[in-house]
Design a protein. Sequence first.
Length: 291
Amino acid sequence: MSAPGELPRVLRRTGSRAQAEEWAYVLTALGILHELREESGAVSIAVLPEDAPAAEAALAAHDAERSRPAPRPQPEYGPSFLWLAYAALLGSFHLATGPRDERVIWFARGSSDAEAILRGEWWRAATALTLHADYAHAVGNLVVGAFLLWALARRIGPAAAAWIALAGGFLGNALTAAVVRRGYVSVGASTAVFAALGAVALLQAVARRRMALLALGAGSALLGLLGTGQNGVAAAAGTGSAGRAHGVLADRAARRLERDDQVRALKNVAPPDRLLQSTAPPWRRRLSGGG
């Protein structure tokens, strides 16, 4: 402790008035009493002797924060129409199929039925992505999925983003069927949305070195928001977990593509036609009754 009446101690000096005011701002934020002094050709900042150690530590931490290198800019591939193709695909399918009705051929042969998938009807894992239980279910997946695909396409290109969402959605449904095995019939693009979410969130976590739990937290929130049109909480949780797991796998693929200069041209290819073509063969197979 300083003796009563002891004068403030000069902590630092600088020739820049702006620098001295920045130091003062840091100490003000921490509630440390201080004063700026005009000297010959310089400005100093002084604090009470008992506050000197805390003030010096605060300014040292501020200096260390400023000395960190700026994060390198993340590559962007510019705007694309992937989000619009996705929205058009989901919207047109729901207008054509209407709300969920197992008597309608679209749902009878297109839903992700776990037992049917395990019997060999693997294409159901893909066609279920185009079906939704009702308009609220469809709009939720359409809006959130379009936003995530827009963000993902800007980072890794539209073609890679489209394939990540499709593959993640297909594998998420297939994995859920393998785990639940029976009594489980689902529809909706939620697993594809989770795959896109996982890729976007983990790319962001890698870039920022923080927000490591964003994929899990946001995925759980989206599970509650979007729903999955399933029977029972356990089935919904299985779908959400599968989607998030494939989101993590999709992110690893995305980061590899992001580092590989030889495939950059492929990622910039506009994929709306491939998006439609990739969902058409499973539907043709199902509607024809093929096995």
